[in-house]
Design a protein around this ligand. Structure first.
Ligand code: ADP
Ligand code: MG
Length: 606
């Protein structure tokens, strides 16, 4: 029987598919019983394209035409890839795809390939093994941003698959263990693969999953375990690993290191054999070598717990994912860390694909309906005057998520508003990433502050962002689905998150001051206008009080203390109240009292 829909774990190191039959998820295996397809593509000079182990076997004989770890390139720009470039023996360039969009390409032989196309070749291979299904659910790391998710979707489409849903890997793993059957609870998913580590914290409530937080390291995994063994052997053999003179030797060392590591997962000792070098390694020796790496992973778990606002003892279930969690020492340390028994009964390198198959089954009606919720990996907001980011949807908010805020104009007769959409944790636009821009035009001329522009951010269940703006009085509207010109690397995400923690205080003070100053400037402008129009209708005492408050506000705006500034704004608001009442209609009156900060900081059009 061939399934019509499959779940696919498109991994950095391995890719595999699974499907559900009679309610039971099963991985797709080849005649030899292998489920894992190495995520490797090799272009043979005779035109044949090899994928999987056949491609990996060519790593030594034909490295120039063989590519690994394409997942690291998905949805990225050249600027994102500084770290990776050193490790990839191919020429990677960026070409302009028009409309300001950039496309990354990898030159292999005399052809250029996009990461989407390369991933599609891997997907096509697993699709073929599964009997050519037409629909799929594909998993991605929880930290993948919009662009990386879109790139994964595109890869699926290129491979001839209708991608029903992009699902987070940790959510899939929890589903595979049927943890959705719990009424209430929290789950930690520890995923240590070949090259990457992720720790995600999920919550379950009435069978509904939410990803509360995610943390990790894009350069921590089984490859690093291998490297510690390679270094040990190289040192004892008296060769310099960094000199990289001999790729054949390097590759042989790597293969031997991995074989020894894997053997030590089930035995107490193993032989490292390379040419004349022979050495017995014990499991304890390996544990000493990898202990710092395991510590690093636990540090990330600590961060994830902190972001989820949970203590270790509040975690009910711990799910182990990724081939490297087969190492007994890893299991032992993680069990100690969380103080719980771990879920390890399913193959850790198959569990994500199994969960994707469960999700595929749910979506195609084979299972009870269930809502799967994931989170926004970085805060989303828009630029307000002064380069301050007004965050509408915060990091780790569950998707689908929607937020609306009302803005106005800051200049009389302003007919357009430019909306700049940012992603990031810092308060100022220059520290965040511009995701996209659009203009709401055609606002009929009105006094500043009168138009009511509602801006809505909507992140759908696939993590895709749509921003729309509507001017309520005129009904003018505009929207964009954010197809950012570039993605964000996790190291950048990590860095941005880290920086936001480090700079939170000073950023916040600065942002508050800038916001309040803009508000103060607008108030002074409006007060002057109001005085010119209706100053003669109020008493001299009132006029004097307004002048004093105004000059105090101007002094405060020239200073740097936000509290003084806020007080001065409030004072001007208080003394101008009767002037405002006389002069303004109900809406304009609003401009002088009780408005939220966001309402005041409308953006001027260019
Ligand atoms: P990814 O998610 O990165 O594509 P996997 O989850 O399949 O990768 O993990 C691959 C890693 O698991 C490799 O580093 C591999 O050496 C390691 N691995 C697989 N089996 C074992 C084992 N029995 N003991 C230790 N490490 C293992
Ligand atoms: Mg994986």
């Amino acid at each position: 029987m061939t399934p019509s829909v499959v779940g696919i774990d498109l991994g950095t190191t391995y890719t595999l598919a699974a499907f559900t039959k009679d309610g039971q998820p099963t991985v797709v295996r080849d005649a030899m019983g292998n489920a894992l397809v190495p995520s490797v593509v090799s272009f043979h000079p005779d035109g044949t394209v090899l994928v999987g182990s056949a491609a990996r076997d060519r790593a030594l004989s034909d490295p120039e035409h063989t590519i690994f770890s394409v997942k690291r390139l998905m949805g990225r720009t050249l600027a994102d890839l500084q770290k990776e470039l050193k490790l990839i023996p191919h020429q990677i360039t960026e070409r302009d795809a028009g409309g300001g969009r950039k496309v990354l390409t990898v030159r292999i032989g005399d052809r250029e390939h996009t990461p989407e196309e390369l991933s599609a070749l891997i997907l096509r291979e697993v699709r073929k093994r599964a009997g050519d299904p037409t629909k799929a659910v594909i998993t991605v790391p929880a930290y993948f941003d919009d662009v990386q998710r879109q790139a994964t979707r595109d890869a699926g489409r290129i491979a001839g698959l209708d991608v029903l849903r992009i699902v987070n890997e940790p959510t899939a793993a929890a589903l595979a263990y049927g943890l959705d059957n719990r009424q209430e609870g929290t789950v930690a998913v520890y995923d240590l693969g070949g090259g990457t580590f992720d720790c995600s914290i999920l919550s379950i409530s009435d069978g509904v999953f939410k990803v509360l937080s995610t943390n990790g390291d894009t350069y921590l995994g089984g490859d690093d375990f291998d490297r510690t063994l390679m270094q040990l052997a190289a040192r004892e053999m008296g060769i310099d690993l960094d000199a990289k003179k001999d790729p054949q030797l390097l590759q042989a060392l790597r293969e031997q290191a991995e074989a020894v590591k894997i053997a030590l997962s089930s035995r107490d000792s193993a032989e490292f054999v390379l040419n004349a070098y022979r050495r017995t390694l014990t499991r304890t020796e390996l544990e000493t070598l990898i202990a710092p790496l395991v510590d690093r992973s636990l540090e990330k778990c600590r961060n994830a717990l902190r972001d989820a606002d949970l203590r270790k003892d509040q975690i009910d279930e711990v799910v182990m994912v990724g081939g490297s969690t087969r190492v007994p020492f890893v299991r032992q340390r993680v069990a100690e860390f969380f103080g719980r028994t771990l879920h390890t009964s399913l193959n850790p390198d198959e569990v994500v694909a199994l969960g994707a198959a469960v999700q595929a089954d749910i979506l195609t009606g084979g299972r009870r309906h269930m809502l799967l919720l994931d989170v926004v990996p970085l805060s989303l907001g828009l630029e307000t005057l002064g380069g301050v980011v007004d965050k509408l949807i915060h990091r780790n908010t569950t998707v689908p998520a929607r937020a609306t805020t009302r803005y106005s104009t800051s200049v009389d007769g302003q007919s357009a508003i430019l909306v700049n959409i940012y992603q990031g944790e810092r308060e100022l636009t220059k520290e965040c990433r511009l995701l996209g821009t659009f203009k709401l035009a055609g606002i009929p001329p009105m006094p500043a502050g009168l138009p009511q522009v509602d801006i809505t951010f909507l992140v759908n269940e696939n993590g895709m962002l749509t921003v729309s703006a509507k001017e309520q009085r005129s009904g003018q509207q505009a929207s964009v689905t954010v197809q950012a010109a570039h993605g964000l690397s996790q190291s950048e995400v990590d860095r941005m998150v880290l920086e936001s923690v480090e700079h939170a205080h000073e950023d916040y003070q600065l942002a508050r001051f800038v916001t309040q100053k803009i508000r103060g400037e607008a108030d002074v402008r409006h007060t002057e206008k109001a005085l010119a129009k209706a100053g003669h209708l109020i008493s001299k005492e009132e006029r004097d009080a307004i002048e004093i408050a105004k000059s105090q506000l101007q002094t405060a705006m020239g200073g740097n203390d936000v509290d003084t500034l806020v007080k001065a704004i409030e004072e001007l608001g208080r003394v101008t109240r009767s002037l405002a009442e006389i002069l303004m209609n109900a809406v304009v009156k609003q401009e002088f009292s009780g408005k939220s900060e966001a309402d005041i900081t409308g953006r001027e059009s260019e």
